[in-house]
Design a protein around this ligand. Structure first.
Ligand code: HEC
Length: 201
């Protein structure tokens, strides 16, 4: 279910973005008659796509236990950019339409990078207490669950993982499939603490 939703979200975003770029190019090239004809034909499709983007996006946000700041920024920008683009194209305001496309491209970028600065910071960990547990709770529970068995996005059960420490380290640093890599956020010590925690699950 959650994998299907994710695919739907990404597909709809790409289709919507291509539509927007195409229509904005028509506007910039002053092909206003053609633009208006296409616009009137795709009005309903645009509305459905816009709605699908927001609904599938919010559904995926509900799967997370903590919402990172980039996701809020993403949501606000989406809610801003879609009407901006629709109004810009309708009233033939080139700057508005262009701004909307740029915002959507930026949103796509921060979604890929999972950071609004295109760079993820080292995570804040207090040195007192179990470092491995803190890291796991911050970065891993959404998909793997407190007990390692949650299996969101078909994540494997970590308590029965057949991987050795080296392979796990590589998986954590580089990610695979729907799990992203955490190389830029975690230093060697934190990864070691995390491995210890995983192996005790
Ligand atoms: C977005 C969801 C998600 C998050 C967050 C996530 N994982 Fe994963 N994890 C997965 C998925 C999906 C796989 C399976 C990848 C594959 O093999 O295609 C996986 C695989 C793994 C594996 C390999 C298990 C095996 O036996 O193959 C390990 C180890 C692992 N994750 C640890 C972690 C740790 C540690 C964190 C936090 C730093 C983390 N994961 C965060 C989704 C996630």
């Amino acid at each position: 279910m959650e994998i299907g939703m994710r695919h739907l979200h990404v597909t709809v975003v790409i289709v919507f973005l291509l539509f927007m770029i195409f229509k904005t190019v028509l506007l910039l090239a002053n092909k206003l008659e053609l633009l208006d004809r296409i616009r009137s034909k795709t009005k309903v499709a645009d509305m459905i796509l816009g709605l699908l983007i927001v609904v599938t996006g919010i559904y995926m946000m509900t799967l997370k236990s903590g919402i990172e700041s980039y996701l809020w920024i993403k949501l606000i920008l989406v809610i801003l950019a879609i009407p901006l683009g629709i109004v810009g194209l309708k009233r033939h305001k080139k700057l508005l339409a262009l701004l909307s496309v740029l915002i959507i491209v930026y949103i796509y970028g921060i979604a890929e990078a999972q950071s609004y600065k295109f760079k993820r910071d080292h995570i804040e960990i207090s040195n007192s207490g179990d470092v491995g547990k803190q890291v796991y709770t911050k970065l891993c529970v959404d998909c793997h669950g407190e007990d390692g068995k949650k299996g969101l996005y078909k994540a494997p059960d970590l308590t029965t993982s057949a991987l050795n420490d080296e392979e796990k380290t590589l998986r954590i640093q580089q990610g695979k499939g729907l799990m992203r890599g955490y190389e830029s956020e975690l230093d060697q010590q934190q990864i070691e603490a995390l491995l210890e925690y995983l192996n005790a699950l």
